[in-house]
Design a protein around this ligand. Structure first.
Ligand code: GLU
Length: 512
């Protein structure tokens, strides 16, 4: 019987979760749910020197904001707890010793100076990549070169040591990647990786394999930067006798900078003009602030839809997918092999689509939330009408106030270019009449106002196209916006009159 699909997201809490990490988590989630399986979160915190306070909480908050639900984690618990590697520390040594006893790993006692001296020696001999490996290990201080009793003595006296994997000298290591197909690596290119550090902590490689095995992981879906480690992981599965249940691997293509030059990295921060983190992050040491998608006004559903398409596509024209639809459509086969360029315009487009799809009453809340700090009162009804008119013109929730402020506040400035080009004495005279006759309308709405305007323009021998832009800046100050008659209906008769009056006075200089 096929095993239940179990995947893991295994970040190290060394800083805020990068957008590429969120994509890795998302693909794991989509795959797990598609296959009716489980997803767990494991915190890989064996490198204590790189621990950053707040980073773990940030990971949880980010996944929650995205709607990525975990079945097992340090917070949710689960059958394989603990899910933090630092809390699993006592478990790893046994496996390292199993490898030593089987002759696949060994103790090494070399000091930092001795390791440095080896590297210098190899560099002087023009070795391109100086490393501790099948050849150089013979010249170093380890349990393969030292007499047995000396090894014993050193261990018993508490001398610091590491445990290294004994990588075979000449062997072709093959692994099948679900995205890339067969990957072949020669063992001579792999060094004798440290498995246990002198502080008794396992390294990433050992802890990762032991935990994936114990946690019954069936598929490892992770970034391409881990592909070079995969052959080593295959060796570990083999030497630990776990080859039968070795997970399948899928290494995701890199996220590239918008110009395609290199990987989009954490260090890009806000330098490229857009966030690289899901949520705002304040560095606990330097206080430096990095912006987040959430705080910039992205809706989580838009962010997720955008991320899903950074490396995957459904093979159809459809671009808008809810999380449920993504789960339904997702397959690892449709993940591309080559790096994906990051395109923030596409993220904005997604946000616009998701905003527009919301009911006006919900959009009105964004506006209503922004008004109190402006000292403005507004009924929910009115806010709903404004939101409905503006929704085709906004990218972010905060744009409702930015773009629609003229519904509440009369313009104090007018687009000068439009004024210079479109304001005319004839138009101004017609606006004056229009303003004076508004009070004759028994019913004040967009239709009656429009009929009145057309009537007045005809009487003055003017065409609507000649004056509309001028009237628009008189009422809103800006050159573009939704239907002007609808704006007039919302701002009301008296305010329309006041604004026309103000514009007639302030723009008189253009009425040549
Ligand atoms: N701890 C690793 C990371 O930070 C996990 C890599 C993997 O998924 O194996 O990305």
């Amino acid at each position: 019987m096929a095993r239940e699909v179990r995947v893991r997201f295994a970040p190290s809490p060394t800083g805020p979760l990068h957008i590429g990490g969120v994509r890795t988590a998302l693909y794991n989630y989509l795959f797990a749910k598609k296959m009716g399986g489980k997803m767990l979160l494991r915190i890989e915190d064996t490198d204590q020197t790189r621990f950053v306070p707040g980073a773990e909480q940030y990971i949880f908050n980010s996944l929650e904001w995205c709607g990525i639900q975990l079945d097992e984690s340090p917070l949710h618990g689960g059958p394989h707890a603990p899910y933090r590697q630092s809390e699993r520390k006592p478990m790893y040594m046994d496996y390292a010793l199993q490898l030593v006893n089987a002759g696949h790993a060994y103790y090494a006692f070399d000091t930092a100076e001795e390791l440095e001296a080896m590297r210098e020696r190899l560099k002087a001999a023009k070795v391109a990549t100086p490393q501790y490996n099948a050849i150089t290990r013979a010249t170093m201080k380890n349990s393969l070169t030292l007499p047995e009793d000396e090894v014993k003595r050193r261990l018993e006296s508490g001398e610091p040591y590491v445990i290294r994997l004994k990588v075979p000298r000449k062997e072709e290591i093959r692994l099948k990647d679900m995205i890339r197909g067969w990957v072949m690596v020669h063992s001579s290119s792999i060094d004798d990786k440290v498995l246990m550090k002198s502080d008794g902590m396992p390294t990433y490689h050992l802890a990762n394999i032991v935990d994936d095995h114990l946690m019954e992981i069936t598929h490892v879906i992770r970034g391409e930067e881990w592909l070079p480690s995969a052959p080593l992981h295959v060796l570990l599965y083999r030497y630990l006798g776990w080859e039968d249940t070795m997970p399948e691997f899928a290494h995701l293509p890199l996220l590239l900078k918008p110009d395609g030059n290199g990987k989009l990295s954490k260090r890009d921060g806000d330098k490229l003009g857009f966030p690289v983190f899901p949520l705002r992050w304040v560095d606990p040491v330097t206080g430096e602030v990095s912006s987040g998608y959430r705080e910039s006004g992205y809706l989580p559903e838009a962010f997720i839809n955008f991320l899903a398409f950074l490396g995957w596509n459904p093979g159809t024209q459809q671009e808008l997918f809810t999380m449920e639809e993504l789960i339904e459509a997702f397959s690892i086969e449709r993940i591309g092999k080559s790096g994906t360029r990051f395109d923030i315009q596409k993220a904005r487009w997604y946000n616009e689509q998701y905003l527009r799809a919301k009911p006006d009453a919900e959009l009105a809340q964004y506006l209503l939330a922004a008004l109190p700090e402006q000292g403005i009162d507004c009924t929910p009804d009115r806010a709903e009408k404004i939101a409905g008119l503006m929704k085709e013109r906004v990218t972010f929730p905060q744009d409702f106030w930015k773009e629609a402020s003229y519904f509440f506040v009369a313009p104090t400035q007018y687009n000068e270019q439009v004024a210079a080009k479109k304001w005319s004495a004839a138009g101004a005279a017609a606006f004056e009449q229009f303003k004076n006759e508004l009070s004759t309308l028994s019913d004040f709405n967009a239709d009656t106002v429009k009929a009145l305007l057309l009537q007045i323009l005809e009487r003055n021998g003017l065409k609507i196209g000649q004056v509309m832009q001028a009237l628009r800046i008189a009422l809103t100050g800006v050159e573009a916006g939704p239907d002007l008659m609808a704006i007039i209906e919302i701002i009301g008769r008296q305010e329309t009159e006041r604004r026309i009056d103000a514009a007639l006075a302030k723009l008189a200089q253009y009425a040549a």
